[in-house]
Design a protein around this ligand. Structure first.
Ligand code: ACO
Length: 311
């Protein structure tokens, strides 16, 4: 059977950095409050999904040594495409010079894990190389007068190349879930900004992450003490701490970038993953747990056995 593995990775953040002190001049808040309640210090804003994605994708392709004509599918996880029509995936496809299918996937902050799991299935179905991108420009759909949300969000992109090049499966177990009955806790109407019931999302997020992670680990046949690195959705460090405590995983095992990225939705997990890979926090054979939740409410988790590319 064919198996996919990650052979290239890269990220992109827009230049404009927005600090907590700047936010304190825009709404009634403070650096102390934001830091203590969320763990966020700065975030990048004013990014365009197509531009951030193309930049990250180009670097990931270079790293994997893959040329545009070798990509069989482009899969973009986003909730903030540049336009409603066409899909931003098609715009990115054109700017990268790819000749393949391309589509957007909306599973909010769980989107990258949904995308990675989907890509692995296409590899099993016979494709050779898939470009998976998680990218969002939440600054474009943020109400900058609402202190309950504007302190949280940022922009960014992360891209990976998934190739049919593994003898053994690297995706050992996964879980995808949606609880549409909680859709009204976090939504954005066309042409409007994000509306969120922060406390309710917080409570559900902790439970959803725990359930997704347990299901994925069960399917993989592993226990939480075997996990070397956890890559959680970067929404709020307190959510991550609570979920990991319930999973009995020490916080030191978590990849954390939210202090300088904020919550970048679909970009959040690949931004944290790439940071950890570049810091060489995993070796061949180590188990990585990716786990996210987001609007929908969706949740997703994947257990990946790290099978590094031979460069
Ligand atoms: N600065 C100062 N005070 C604030 C701020 C702020 N930015 N925001 C709220 N407060 C006040 C509130 O008004 C309240 O005051 P009160 O006690 O006088 O009424 C007090 O702080 C506490 O408010 P809470 O809402 O209880 O604060 P909480 O600790 O829950 O933190 C937060 C709020 C950060 C939004 C938190 O609930 C959270 O992170 N929720 C989850 C958000 C999330 O994960 N979203 C996922 C999005 S995923 C996607 O799909 C895009």
């Amino acid at each position: 059977m064919s198996h996919g593995r990650i052979t290239g990775w890269a990220t992109n953040l827009p230049d404009r950095v927005l600090t907590n002190d700047e936010l304190a001049q825009m709404v009634d808040t403070s650096d102390e409050w934001i830091t203590a309640r969320t763990g966020i210090k700065t975030r990048h804003i004013d990014g365009k999904v197509t531009e951030m994605s193309a930049a990250a994708a180009l670097d990931a392709m270079k790293m994997a040594g893959v040329s545009p004509d070798q990509i069989d599918l482009l899969l973009l996880a986003t909730i903030s495409p540049d336009q409603q029509i066409p899909a931003s995936a098609s715009v990115i496809q054109d700017s990268l010079g790819l000749s393949c299918g391309a589509f957007d996937l909306n599973a909010a902050c769980s989107g990258f894990v949904y995308g990675l799991v989907t890509a692995m299935q296409f590899i099993q179905g016979g494709m050779e190389r898939i470009l998976v991108i998680g990218s969002d420009s939440l600054s474009s759909i943020t109400n900058w007068e609402d202190r309950g949300t504007c302190i949280l969000f940022g922009d960014g992109a992360g891209a990976v190349i998934v190739e049919n090049s593994a003898d053994k499966p690297s995706l050992l177990g996964w879980d995808l879930m949606s609880s549409g009955d909680a859709a009204d806790l976090l939504y954005c109407e066309h042409g409007d900004n994000i509306v969120m019931d922060g406390q309710a999302v917080f409570r559900k997020a902790v439970l959803a992450m725990e359930a997704a992670a347990i299901n994925a680990m069960d399917k993989a046949g592993v226990t939480s003490d075997q996990i070397k690195l956890v890559v959680p959705h970067q929404a709020n460090v307190r959510i991550i701490e609570s979920a990991l405590k319930r999973l009995d995983i020490p916080i030191e095992k978590a990849a954390l970038v939210l202090n300088y990225t904020g919550n970048t939705s679909a970009a959040s997990i690949p931004l944290a993953l790439v940071d950890a890979l570049n810091a060489e926090r995993v070796d061949s054979g180590d188990l990585i747990l990716l786990v996210g939740f987001g609007a929908g409410m969706t949740s997703a988790a994947a257990v990946v056995r790290w099978d590094p590319p031979t460069i």
